[in-house]
Design a protein around this ligand. Sequence first.
Ligand SMILES: [Zn+2]
Length: 296
Amino acid sequence: MIGYRVTKAQLESLIEAESPGWLQKAALRTAGFRQKNCYEESSTIWSDVKAVFMCLQGDCKCAYCERKLESIDFGKIEQDVEHFRPKGRIRAWRLPKALKELGIKATAVPDEDRGYFLLPYHPFNYSAACKPCNTLLKKDYFPIAGEYDLTGDDPAQLHVKERPLLVCPVGDFDDAPEDLIRFYGVSPQAVAQGGYDRERALVTIEFFKLDDEAKRKNLLRERAIVIIALYPQLEKLADGATGGAKVEAQQLVDGFTSPKSAHTNCARSFSDLFRKNRAEAKAVCDRAFQLIISIS
Ligand SMILES: [Zn+2]
């Protein structure tokens, strides 16, 4: 997971360019929900701006698992517009025992038959996510450590009050995901040694099953392929490649670590490890190779 930094004004400008008049329609709908005091409508218009988020997120990557999905024309069908805060209701996410044992606590969900009814059309409540991350895993869950406020209409303000246990990938008000989660080999890990930053990193990893070798084996396999492809290029550069070989190796390293590539966070973490400890990076690469062999 990496962050896609964008201001509200920048995001609104992209939305207006993609679907002129959408923001006005969205504001009207939100005013209607405010009057009714709940979210209720017979049709939705957020799919009209799905392409904005697909483009923003590294040219069609899932916001959470960083899998690269098909580009705009054919990719819309395999991406959902994900609502970070659930619009219609909030279900209680069962905190796994292992996280409970670390002392992590999630606030009890409010006993209300509604969700964040003022946020179904807030651009900062959107990302584009793959079907497994959104439809199967995210659902209507939204674990937090602070205090729920379903009447909130500003994600930046809510962020402070609610202390979400999931990391928001799009916007300019949350921590950058890479400051919270980095990779060791194919496995995501919390950066912070304690506190809220560590808790939300661990919850995000567990929530989206980002380190689940059984349930998301192809996700881990893809990361292993990135490491195996990256290692020889890093080696060439470290060994003083010159001329065309150096240019080619650098282009490949830049490509794998670009926000537009799949599993950027994993690739960047591995590159950092290589620079710090080449022998350890070699051992990690060997394990990535073994992973490919073992699950092929
Ligand atoms: Zn995903």
